[in-house]
Design a protein around this ligand. Structure first.
Ligand code: SF4
Ligand code: SF4
Length: 504
């Protein structure tokens, strides 16, 4: 008899006095946790398959279910934790890399939570956004150093292409393939309604979504999936993906099971084959090579669209961003190590990269020190969780932020970190038709609009509280942030003072 080394992480607890054996949980669970036992005449569970997605708990009509973290433990060991031991068992069985998805869940410092926002009192009155103008519109793109005028006072400075965002929040890159058609439709329609942008990720643009082009960033990644002239022309901006916060230094992998006919057509690859994007772009080994691609994309689209370059937050991120700012790119995107993903090797997701807060502060400072901050706009992503994080990011130097995980949570994601299995019970990270239809794009779109609208109200209130009435005046205004529970080094990198410290 085979030995079962691994005990389930979660246990399904069913209150038999409440269960009416409606079998909704059985129908809802793509992991086949629940079933009806004909002999016992009751529902039974296989907790081994449970990923704690909470779908059954949410849909049980009698609240008969809850999922509990197992209380079964190995002997205490501060060095060899239960999850490390279990991972060794898994790898000893499989011989393969551990896979996971979504962002890094480990208890590393969240610097957003160690920074507090200022508010006006007495001498610098606060502004009431309900009664006074409050501008949260943001323009992304290279800004001129000087404005020149002709003899009649007309501005004659030639502007680089700019993107106008009604809110400093965009939806980050998530490919069709890694997420469902209905999730993409929700994002595209919400971006259009909100006057912001969503991002195709590296999966190409489904033909049905060309109509949302003015609110779409089309991505060019190392695999070049779905990239052609019409695709480049369709978007409002082009993003070259050099790296991703969840898995810096490696490429992407979408399993063949997720490459349905529609995904295959959109990506221009055969149905059912694995979509593997290489770690590097095979034509980019230097900033000069990157410049060639930036200029090629601009040439191909008549110099009408800003080109973004996205990199993962890594140790020397400031120097890399400085190179990108000189490459002709219009926007630098930095993706932090807590950023989400549809699939990543667990060890890479958890131990490669650096926190976005530190990366952002050092990049903004470096570009200012070198006098090239206006060469590019700065967009960050990688676990922006609330309107307060948005305000702190802008005060640290960002022009705008990307939200990915937060957007998926608005669509119903419960962060079970099982996207890589393709069995998302919420219809988001799946291509299985019976699961995809669980996400109604009419509902999803409205929930995204509500989320960003709510955050916009909160951003305006926080800005008003600081006595600031435009994003422009908040950007890089680190006087508006104070640190708590941070070391001298962390404060220095973030460029902020400790709470209560006098600014000299
Ligand atoms: S959904 Fe709830 S009531 Fe229905 S069978 Fe499952 S546990 Fe019982
Ligand atoms: S998208 Fe779906 S599978 Fe992925 S973490 Fe969220 S609920 Fe789980």
């Amino acid at each position: 008899m085979p030995i079962n080394y691994i005990y389930p992480d979660y246990e399904v607890v069913r209150d038999s006095s409440r269960c009416i054996t409606c079998r909704a949980c059985e129908r809802q669970c793509a992991n086949e946790v629940h079933s009806y036992d004909l002999e016992l005449k009751c529902m039974v569970s296989d907790s081994m398959n449970c990923v704690d997605c909470q779908r059954c708990v949410s849909l049980c009509p009698t609240r008969a279910l809850k999922i509990e973290k197992t209380t079964n433990t190995f002997k205490e060991n501060a060095n060899w934790t239960q999850s490390l031991i279990t991972d060794v068992y898994r790898q000893a069985e499989s011989g393969g890399m551990l896979s996971t998805s979504m962002g890094n869940p480990n208890p590393l410092p969240v610097y957003w939570d160690r920074m507090l926002i200022n508010a006006s009192q007495v001498t610098n009155p606060s502004i009431d956004p309900l009664r006074e103008p409050m501008e949260i519109k943001t323009f992304l793109g290279r800004k001129p150093e000087k404005i020149r005028r002709d003899e009649n006072g007309r501005i004659i400075t030639e502007m680089s292409p700019q993107l106008e965002l009604n809110v400093p929040i965009m939806f980050s890159a998530m490919s069709f393939g890694s997420i469902s058609y209905n999730a993409h439709e929700s994002l595209a329609r919400a971006a259009t309604k909100l006057g912001t942008l969503y991002n195709t990720g590296e999966g190409g643009l489904h033909q049905d979504f060309y109509k949302y082009g003015k609110n779409t960033i089309v991505q060019v990644a190392s695999g070049r999936f779905g990239v052609h002239k019409g695709y480049l022309d369709a978007g409002a901006a082009i993003e070259i993906k050099m790296g991703q916060g969840a898995k810096p230094g490696i490429g992407g992998h979408l399993p063949g099971a997720k490459i349905t006919a529609e995904v295959a057509r959109t990506r221009m690859i055969p149905e059912g084959t694995d979509a593997i994007s290489p770690a590097p772009h095979h034509d980019i080994y230097s900033i000069e090579d990157l410049r060639q691609l930036v200029l090629s994309l601009k040439e191909a689209t008549g110099y009408k669209k800003p080109v973004f370059v996205k990199i993962a937050a890594v140790h020397n991120v400031a120097a890399i961003a400085s190179g990108i700012a000189r490459s002709g790119a219009d926007v630098v995107v930095i993706d932090g190590f807590r950023g989400g993903t549809g699939s990543a090797p667990t060890r890479l997701r958890d131990f490669v990269g650096i926190p976005i807060e530190l990366a952002l502060a050092s990049v903004d400072q470096r570009l200012r020190d070198e006098g090239i901050r206006n060469n590019v706009s700065l967009v960050i992503g990688g676990s922006v969780r609330s309107s307060a994080d948005v305000v702190k990011a802008i005060a640290l130097g960002a022009d705008a932020v990307y939200i990915g995980t937060g957007a998926l949570i608005a669509l119903g994601c419960h962060l079970c970190r099982s996207c890589h299995t393709g069995k998302c019970n919420w219809g988001i990270a799946t291509q299985r038709p019976e699961l995809v239809k669980r996400l109604n794009p009419n509902v999803g779109y409205q929930r995204l609009v509500n989320l960003v609208t709510a955050w916009s109200h909160e951003i305006k209130e926080m800005m008003g509280g600081m006595g600031i009435n435009s994003i422009e005046a908040l950007r890089g205004n680190r006087l508006m942030l104070r640190g708590v529970g941070l070391t001298e080094t962390e404060l220095r990198v973030l460029g902020i003072k400790y709470a209560g410290e006098i600014w000299s």
